[in-house]
Design a protein around this ligand. Structure first.
Ligand SMILES: [Zn+2]
Length: 460
C-alpha cells in the first residue's frame, strides 16, 4: 500500500476514495443557506426568525437573524416557512408492504428502498424496523445505502426474539417464515431457555446489529409468552454487550418487571387505565421510552384511501380496501368518550412523569398501514390527546434519535446532518401542518419527491 506509513496520507487516501465513490450530485454539493425561516429545532425550542447554513451535507450554523451566505451558496428564502428536522419513525416493519400488496414475497432490497423512499417523501430521515428483517440483507442494505439509495430514509433494524417460532402476530409469522425459507437468513431468534438467550444475544452483537426486539405476548392464547426466566438474562447480557432491547409487551402490567430487568423502550403504549401513575414514574426513572402506537388501532376505521396526502404515493390498486368497506370519512368518526378520556389521562400521566415519548407507527406490520403517512397521523393523535405540538415534534425528532442511538439526526444544530424538511405552514399552530411539505433534504441533498411519488403511485 502506497500510503500505509502515514496517518495524514491515510486521510488523503480516504478523502480521495470518498470523492471517487460519491454520486455526482453529492460531489457538486454546494453550500445552502435558508434565511428568514421559523426554525423548530427539535428539542422543544424555537427560533421564530432565523437562518440555517448547510455545508458538505451537515449543518454548519444555525441562529436567529442573518447568517452571511458563503460565495456560491444556494440561498433559499424561508419567509413564512417553517424548517423542522427530518422525522424518525421508531417502530415500523419494512419490506413486506409494496405498492401492490402485503406479504413475505415482497421482501427484497428493492422493496426496502421503495419503503424507505416513501418515508423520505413524507419527510422522514430514518425508520426503525422492529424484529422482522432478513438480517444479512438488511445489514447489506445499510452498508450500501448512502451510495445506492440516496433518496431513501436511513434503515435501522433490530434482531427479533421470542419463544422458538413465535413473536409476531400469527398472520405475520407465516410471512416471516416465508422470507426465512426463501432467503435462508435469520429473522427470528428462538429463545427456549436462559442459556440460549445468552448465546443469541452474543450472536447478534457479533453480527453488528445494535438492537434486539423481544415479544412478550401470548397473542390471546395462540402463542407462548416469553418468560421472565428467559428475558431477564437476555436483558442483562445485552446490556453488557451494548445492545439495546426494545419490547413488544402485551399489557402495561408487564412493564415493571421488564423495566427492572433493563428494557430500554416499549414499542406499544398499552395506554389506558391499567397504565398507572406508578408505571409512568418507573418508566421515567429508568430512562426508557414509550411508543404510544395509537394510529394502528384507529386508522383502520377511517377511509384513509380518500386522503390526497396518501393518494400521492399510492396506485389506484393500493387504495383498494382503504376506502369503503366499513371505513368512514375522517369527519364522521365518532370516538367513544370514555376510551378517549382513558387514553388521554394515561398519555398525560407519562408526559407529566417526564417519560420519553417516541413517535412510532407499526407501519407495514399488516396490510394498509402505510409508511410515512401514518407517522403524520400519529403526531396528530398525540396532540388530540393532550401533548403540545412542540412535544409531538420532539417525539418525532430529537427524542427518537437519542433512543435509537442516532447522533446526527433529530436536531437543527451545528454538527448535525442537514436532514430537514421545509414546510409551508407552521406545525406549532396546527400539527396537521406537518403535511405541508415543500422540500425534503437528506444529508444536505434535496431528494426527488416528484420522482418518488411517480414511481410509487404507478402500479407495477
Ligand atoms: Zn411492530
Amino acid at each position: 500500500m502506497l500510503f500505509r506509513s502515514s496517518a495524514i496520507h491515510r486521510e488523503i487516501l480516504k478523502t480521495l476514495t470518498m470523492l471517487l465513490f460519491l454520486p455526482g450530485s453529492l460531489l457538486a454539493q454546494e453550500a445552502m443557506l435558508i434565511s428568514n425561516a421559523r426554525l423548530v429545532i427539535g428539542d422543544g425550542t424555537l427560533i421564530e426568525s432565523g437562518s440555517l447554513l448547510a455545508q458538505g451535507g451537515g449543518i454548519a450554523a444555525v441562529g436567529s437573524g442573518e447568517i452571511p451566505a458563503p460565495d456560491g451558496a444556494r440561498v433559499i428564502d424561508g419567509s413564512g416557512k417553517t424548517v423542522i428536522p427530518a422525522l424518525i419513525d421508531g417502530h415500523t416493519h419494512l419490506g413486506y408492504q409494496s405498492s401492490r400488496d402485503w406479504g413475505g414475497h415482497n421482501y427484497s432490497p428493492e422493496n426496502l428502498r421503495d419503503n424507505l423512499e416513501q418515508y423520505a417523501w413524507y419527510g422522514f430521515a430514518a425508520a426503525f424496523s422492529a424484529g422482522t428483517d432478513a438480517e444479512q440483507m438488511a445489514l447489506e442494505f445499510q452498508r450500501n445505502q448512502r451510495e445506492r439509495y440516496p433518496d431513501a430514509a436511513r434503515l435501522l433494524f433490530s434482531a427479533g426474539m421470542g419463544p422458538e417460532g413465535q413473536g409476531p402476530n400469527d398472520a405475520f409469522l407465516v410471512e416471516v417464515a416465508a422470507v426465512t425459507g426463501r432467503t435462508g437468513q435469520t429473522i427470528l431468534h428462538g429463545l427456549n431457555d436462559p442459556e440460549q438467550a445468552v448465546i443469541e444475544a452474543r450472536e447478534v452483537a457479533a453480527s453488528g446489529i445494535d438492537f434486539i426486539k423481544i415479544w412478550v405476548d401470548d397473542r390471546g392464547g395462540s402463542q407462548r409468552k416469553l418468560a421472565p426466566e428467559v428475558y431477564r438474562p437476555l436483558l442483562a447480557v445485552s446490556e453488557s454487550l451494548g445492545l439495546k432491547v426494545f419490547v413488544h409487551q402485551q399489557f402495561a402490567g408487564d412493564m415493571p418487571d421488564l423495566l427492572a430487568a433493563g428494557a430500554r423502550g416499549f414499542l406499544h403504549g398499552r395506554l389506558g387505565d391499567a397504565f398507572t401513575a406508578a408505571i409512568a414514574r418507573q418508566t421515567a426513572a429508568s430512562g426508557a421510552f414509550v411508543v404510544p402506537n395509537l394510529g394502528l388501532g384507529e386508522l383502520r376505521r377511517e377511509a384513509i384511501g380518500d386522503d390526497p396526502f396518501l393518494r400521492a404515493v399510492l396506485p389506484d390498486a393500493g387504495a383498494d380496501g382503504l376506502t369503503g368497506s366499513g371505513r368512514l370519512p375522517a369527519g364522521e368518526i365518532v370516538r367513544d368518550e370514555e376510551r378517549e378520556n382513558s387514553l388521554r389521562d394515561s398519555l398525560m400521566r407519562l408526559v407529566d412523569a417526564g417519560a420519553d415519548i417516541v413517535l412510532g407507527t407499526d407501519a407495514g406490520a399488516l396490510p394498509g398501514h402505510p409508511f410515512g403517512y401514518t407517522g403524520h397521523r400519529e403526531l396528530e393523535i398525540y396532540v388530540r390527546l393532550g401533548m403540545s405540538p412542540m412535544q409531538a415534534m420532539a417525539a418525532g425528532t430529537s427524542v427518537a434519535a437519542r433512543h435509537l442511538g442516532i447522533d446526527d439526526l433529530g436536531l437543527l444544530a451545528p454538527g448535525y446532518s442537514a436532514s430537514l424538511v421545509i414546510l409551508s405552514a407552521n406545525p406549532l399552530d396546527d400539527i396537521r401542518n406537518t403535511r405541508t411539505i415543500e422540500r425534503v433534504f437528506l444529508e444536505g441533498r434535496e431528494i426527488h419527491r416528484d420522482t418518488i411519488a411517480a414511481r410509487l403511485s404507478e402500479a407495477r
